[in-house]
Design a protein around this ligand. Structure first.
Ligand code: ATP
Ligand code: MG
Length: 265
């Protein structure tokens, strides 16, 4: 990581090299799940799910309520281990039974190192290159406003940082490779949602694999490189924004046919 100054966009050295790990090239698998299974009593929440999380890519996970999205993420985060399934990370099979095991593998459900510039605070990183300023003539940084707004976003992401003004380098947790976000924008307004999108792209550009659960297909098409659909606990297709239509994704979510123009209100 490198130091930056306010008002300066970092020249991203991507992907940044975690010291002790071999960095995967963009698009290469960071984690592969095969045949993931999970039951809650008689409810089959995951029924043979496959998933590949790739370096330098945002994978959106979509599906109707109860499709199994959160169950899948909890399985990979170690907060709700799966009953079965083979998980592979570069070169080896792994097990994820606890959040500590997930963290040791570089999987973060919430994350401490949100940023690229480790000498700046989390707030400064969120606003890098687009700092809020007070009205003329002085154009001073509107620190309080930035801090308040960033604080809201971070709270909604369930990231609990001890001090938003501490430089990112002082926070632990460097070495994450995968970030799992379950509905980070569900309760956010337009501006805050845009902020989360920027954050997601920044994490991706740093070489991480980002998994983003969202019900909002506009969000998903705006930020995802790949879209995996779950339906009733099973894979229901993978799609690419720019190549596949929203209608096709909606059809996969609902199990219906593609009805052009009938998707987004
Ligand atoms: N702790 C639990 N106990 C019993 N059943 C559960 C539990 N958690 C989830 N389920 C069930 O497992 C299935 C998958 O739920 P899950 O929360 O993974 O869906 P989801 O895709 O995240 O849905 P949503 O979009 O509503 O968040 C559902 O049928 C749900 O009712
Ligand atoms: Mg859920």
């Amino acid at each position: 990581m490198r130091g930056c100054r306010h008002g300066e966009l970092p020249q991203v050295v991507s992907p940044v090299q975690p010291t002790e790990e071999v960095q995967q090239r963009p698009g290469e698998p960071l984690l592969t799940l095969h045949n993931g299974r999970k039951r809650y009593g008689s409810v089959v929440a995951l029924d043979g799910v496959d998933l590949t999380i790739r370096a330098n890519r945002v994978l959106a996970l979509v599906g109707d309520n109860g499709a199994g999205k959160s169950t899948l993420v909890k399985g990979l985060a170690g907060t709700g281990p799966m009953d079965a399934g083979e998980i592979t990370m570069p070169g080896r099979a792994v097990t994820i039974r606890t959040p500590a095991e997930a963290a040791a593998l570089g999987i973060e459900t919430v994350y401490q190192d949100l940023a690229l510039c480790d000498n700046l605070s989390v707030v400064a990183n969120l606003y890098l290159g687009r700092e809020l300023r007070r009205p003329r003539p002085w154009r001073l940084l509107a620190r309080a406003r930035m801090q308040a707004q960033a604080g809201e976003v971070i709270r909604d992401l369930a990231v609990h940082l001890p001090d938003l003004d501490r430089p990112v380098a002082a926070l632990s947790g460097w070495g994450s490779r995968i970030v799992l976000l379950d509905e980070p924008t569900a309760a956010l307004g337009v501006e805050q949602t845009a902020m989360v999108h920027r954050l997601v792209r920044r994490l991706r550009d740093r070489g991480l694999g980002v998994v983003l659960i969202s019900h909002n297909l506009s969000d998903v098409f705006a930020v995802a490189d790949e879209i995996a659909v779950l339906r009733l606990g099973r894979n229901a297709g993978t799609f690419r924004p720019g190549k596949d239509s929203v209608d096709a994704v909606v059809a996969a979510i609902t199990g219906g046919n593609v009805v052009p123009g009938a998707s987004l209100a």
